[in-house]
Design a protein around this ligand. Structure first.
Ligand code: DC
Length: 224
């Protein structure tokens, strides 16, 4: 069967990365977490204390970033040093929207993402995969869920009441990020015209992955 390239885009908390990982495992494909790549640029900018946009872009262009599959998540290395554990901190999460909105940062990341997925047999998740990174992806999914559903998922992920944040506060943050990601000038979050829209508010991750696998099987069947 042809090894497909699969693009999964959608807002934060829709379950893109969880679903992408399930798909990659089941299909024997490589999972490329493009958000982690923007997070790595952000982490390095914070570490070096670089704030100005042009300087962040110049730094991104000079980064030696490599990735590798890992247990349950993609691993990221900068000049050979693993930074995976530093990418999901509140500090990086707070700054990544701004960094990922810098056009020259996007150009560098998109080129790297295309290179890493050139051979096919890849599942990419992000915001602009079907529109910009891989406009010719074999399968494009635009995955959404209601802001409330996404907030509840995140609340549980953070350990419920242990998190110190209420569902309402998380929902407000999700709505803020949605707005930032969908209204920025560079590659705003929009569905590709030929993407299949999938709202998984009432589906489990397994059911979501199964729905996408079905689309992939149909696509692979068409192209055999
Ligand atoms: O999916 P995530 O939360 O790890 O993404 C982190 C940030 O990077 C988020 O603000 C959206 C942005 N991003 C992007 O602009 N383009 C992508 N392809 C992936 C993520």
């Amino acid at each position: 069967m042809k090894r497909l390239s699969i693009a999964i885009d959608g807002p934060a908390g829709a379950g893109k990365s969880s679903v992408a990982k399930i798909l990659a495992r089941r299909m024997g494909y490589t999972y490329l977490d493009t958000g982690a790549m923007y997070r790595a640029v952000t982490y390095e900018a914070l570490r070096r204390g670089i704030e100005e946009e042009a300087a962040i872009a110049a730094m991104a262009a000079g980064l030696d970033m490599t990735v590798a599959p890992g247990e349950g998540r993609m691993r990221v290395f900068l000049s050979g040093e693993e930074v995976t554990d530093h990418l999901r901190t509140a500090e990086v999460s707070g700054a990544v929207s701004r960094v990922s909105a810098i056009p020259d940062v996007r150009t560098v990341m998109v080129a790297l993402q295309r290179k890493l997925s050139a051979a096919g047999g890849t599942v990419l998740d992000g915001r602009d995969i079907g529109t910009v990174v891989l406009p010719k992806a074999d399968v494009k999914i635009f995955l959404t869920a209601s802001p409330r559903t996404r907030a509840i998922r995140r609340y549980k992920e953070l350990g419920g009441s242990e998190a110190g944040l209420s569902v309402d506060e998380i929902e407000a943050d999700i709505r803020r990020r949605d707005l930032l990601d969908s209204t920025r000038a560079a590659s705003p979050l929009v569905a590709a015209e030929d993407a299949v829209h999938l709202d998984n508010s009432d589906l489990t991750l397994e059911e979501t992955a199964e729905a996408i696998m079905k689309i992939c099987r149909e696509k692979a069947g068409e192209e055999r």
